[in-house]
Design a protein around this ligand. Structure first.
Ligand SMILES: [Mn+2]
Length: 673
């Protein structure tokens, strides 16, 4: 079903005056960004807006314990998870600890050992005289293991982002934004995001070593893990990923450079989609097929040559993984073809590699638009992986069947579980019954962000849409609709002709449209006189000339009144009109931020920087306008945030001439003032 929200009101909006086009304002309003402030924060995210890590209630005791560990040169074990989120977070904490002189070591369990904290690993750590363990991306349910560690004289610091259970481990401190008393305002951080917050607190506490780095250097790892873990790319995650991708394109991590080279992405502007579809699977391949050691070594490697060799090996392992994946997928589809596809797909087999069934489950969800539970039987036990559809709470459904399961955990969209093989049939029946009792439907709803006229399609619009990137979970690429197009030309594309390329036209405007994996629609397309399409927009750099390219998501034959065929929703708007006209800055002194004050502020910063052009600066009492100044300078690339959430470590760039009007933040401010 195609769903469209109502059109924007006709009167000219202040954001339009500041140079944002109507389509963009419309899209952002539909996505819940109602106030000018929230729109500005969204299209101009700033590192100066990162939350203080000390908002975590437990950050003080954690840092206090870490200080003691440093003073006494205790052995500290960083205990991570084997997926990309876990590995990046583990490497991040380990490297930061090392840089401040800690006796740090790493442990990441194999997939055979399974997810989470293990008693044997704690015993091993104890034998090696470890007296402090920091978990990364795991541990929030490790009540018994934490108790056991403490009986061996080991303290625990738990950093995690998984859903907590009622009983929390009695650790020195728990950093998990999903616990009720966490104190932290943003609950969607990935495991590596939480690790990054701990790193920020460490840098704040142990100071920024003169002339050397800051937490900015680790933003590449934070972005990689955050994208790979499919957490929503909104709020603080959006800031981490947007700037993290920039850091990644110049990364100091040799292994990251090597894997980007292996993927043909080194030296290019990076997109979140490339990281999740091309880079992350290669790093994950190690964790899936065997031990995660290869991926870990990749990120820790300091010699480029060795890093390149590991990246090659990972690529090989990924190919093996893809082969295994295809095989399981074919087997699953074969089973499903023998009967009508049930409301919820629950399949099990003895031959399936449990490290790959999660990906296969995702593929089946895409294909059949149903929740999927795949189980790999190993003797008496089955290890399962589940993926949901919109509105289906995978973890919640597993909770309902808790009596049939021996272990489960995860998130709303994805989860893992262990089930005795004898219970699988009953489990399947109950899961399907539960779905039937819910009011969920399998029909996919496509939410159209905006309708666009053929005449409006230009590279400038695409560039503006691109300012809404990074795209991914929680922030999909805008879905556009254009109606009444005729097919001018249609041809097959790709190695086996599996894709189609269409040239569509209306009046004198034409649009190039790519339809991936739609070659079987060729005849259908040819019979259409006139069509409406849903698509996302990209640019194609063709011999140095940028051209527009639409990626087709759905299509249908045009009717007399195309709009009446679309379900319209108006509830998303609410009373947003009023909100939109609220003044941007509530603080009275903010509107005085004119050109002169900005020039004075810039001179003052320039007068205070050290020989490395750096300044560790705490804005004074009236912090709000001062922060706005920093954000305008950041937008204009006059300065760069290096670290801190106030005080800030900033570095002045060498450019000194700029036009203030290039800053959207400044323009909006000026328009109001
Ligand atoms: Mn995670």
């Amino acid at each position: 079903m195609w769903c469209l929200s109502q059109e924007l009101q006709k009167k000219k909006h202040q954001l339009e005056e500041a140079g944002i086009s109507r389509n963009i304002i419309h899209i952002l309003k539909n996505r819940g960004y109602h106030t000018v402030d929230s729109i500005l924060e969204f299209i101009r995210p700033s590192l100066f807006d990162l939350h203080s890590p000390f908002l975590f209630t437990d950050m003080q005791p954690v840092i206090h314990r870490l200080k003691k560990a440093l003073d006494d040169q205790e052995k500290v074990l960083v205990y991570g998870d084997y997926d990309v989120d876990g590995i990046t977070g583990t490497v991040l904490i380990y490297q930061v600890l090392k840089r401040f002189g800690f006796q740090a070591m790493i442990y990441v369990p194999t997939r055979e050992e399974g997810y989470g904290l293990h008693a044997e690993a704690i015993e091993k750590a104890s034998a090696q005289e470890v007296s402090l363990i920091i978990t990364v991306d795991c541990g929030i349910t490790a009540v018994e293991e934490t108790f056991m560690a403490s009986s061996l004289g080991i303290d625990m610091i738990i950093t995690d982002h998984h859903e907590p259970q009622e009983l929390l481990p009695s650790a020195v401190g728990i950093l998990n934004p999903k616990t009720s008393g966490s104190g932290y305002p943003f609950r969607d951080l990935a495991g590596v995001g939480v690790a990054f917050k701990l790193a920020q607190a460490l840098f704040h506490t142990f100071q920024y070593p003169a002339g050397s780095g800051s937490e900015l250097e680790y933003l590449d790892l934070a972005a990689l893990g955050t994208i790979a873990d499919i957490v929503p790319l909104t709020g603080e995650n959006r800031i981490l990923v947007k700037y993290g991708l920039e850091v990644m394109s110049k990364t100091r991590h040799q292994g990251l450079q090597a894997i980007l080279e292996e993927c043909g992405l080194w030296g290019k502007k990076l997109k979140a989609g490339q990281i999740s579809f091309i880079v992350a699977p290669k790093i994950n391949a190690a964790g899936r097929m065997d031990t995660a050691r290869l991926a870990l070594n990749l990120l820790l490697e300091e010699k480029m040559q060795d890093a390149a060799a590991i990246a090659k090996a990972l690529n090989q392992e990924n190919k093996q993984r893809q082969y295994t994946e295809r095989k399981i997928l074919m087997e699953a589809e074969e089973v499903l073809s023998q009967a009508p596809v049930p409301e919820v797909i629950v399949l099990s087999s003895t031959g399936w590699h449990h490290g790959v069934i999660g990906i296969v489950a995702s593929r089946l969800v895409e294909r059949f638009r149903r929740p999927v539970f795949l189980i790999s039987e190993e003797g008496e036990m089955g290890r399962g992986s589940a993926r949901g559809i919109n509105g289906y709470h995978v973890l919640g459904e597993l909770e309902k069947q808790a009596t049939l399961l021996s272990k489960f955990g995860g998130h709303k969209q994805a989860a893992g579980f262990t089930v005795p093989v004898g219970n699988i049939n009953l489990f399947r029946k109950r899961i399907i019954d539960s779905f039937r009792q819910s009011e969920l439907s399998h029909e996919e709803q496509l939410f159209i962000d905006s309708t666009v006229l053929c005449s409006e399609l230009c590279v400038k619009l695409q560039k503006e849409l691109d300012e809404m990137s990074p795209f991914g979970a929680g922030n999909p690429a805008p879905l556009l609709m254009t109606t009444g197009l005729e097919i001018k030309k249609i041809s097959k594309m790709g190695k086996n002709g599996e894709h189609l390329k269409l040239i569509l036209q209306k009046d004198r405007f034409t649009l190039e449209v790519l339809a991936f994996k739609k070659s079987e629609h060729l005849e259908k397309f040819k019979q259409l006189k006139c069509m409406d399409i849903l698509y996302t927009l990209e640019t194609n750099d063709f011999y140095g000339e940028e051209t527009l390219q639409a990626i087709l998501k759905d299509y249908r034959e045009s009717t007399e009144d195309s709009f009446s065929e679309v379900a319209t929703t108006s509830d998303q708007f609410g009373d947003s009109e009023e909100n939109m006209s609220q003044p941007l800055f509530a603080k009275p002194s903010a509107k005085d931020l004119n050109r002169m004050i900005l020039v004075e502020a810039y001179k003052s910063i320039r007068g205070k920087v050290d020989e490395n052009n750096r300044l560790y600066w705490m804005p004074g009492e009236d912090i709000h306008p001062q922060l706005e100044i920093l954000k305008i300078f950041e937008e204009l690339r006059l300065l760069q945030w290096l670290g801190g959430t106030g005080p800030f470590l900033i570095e002045l760039n060498s450019t000194d001439k700029t036009n203030l009007h290039r800053s959207l933040r400044y323009r909006l401010l000026n328009y109001q003032g």
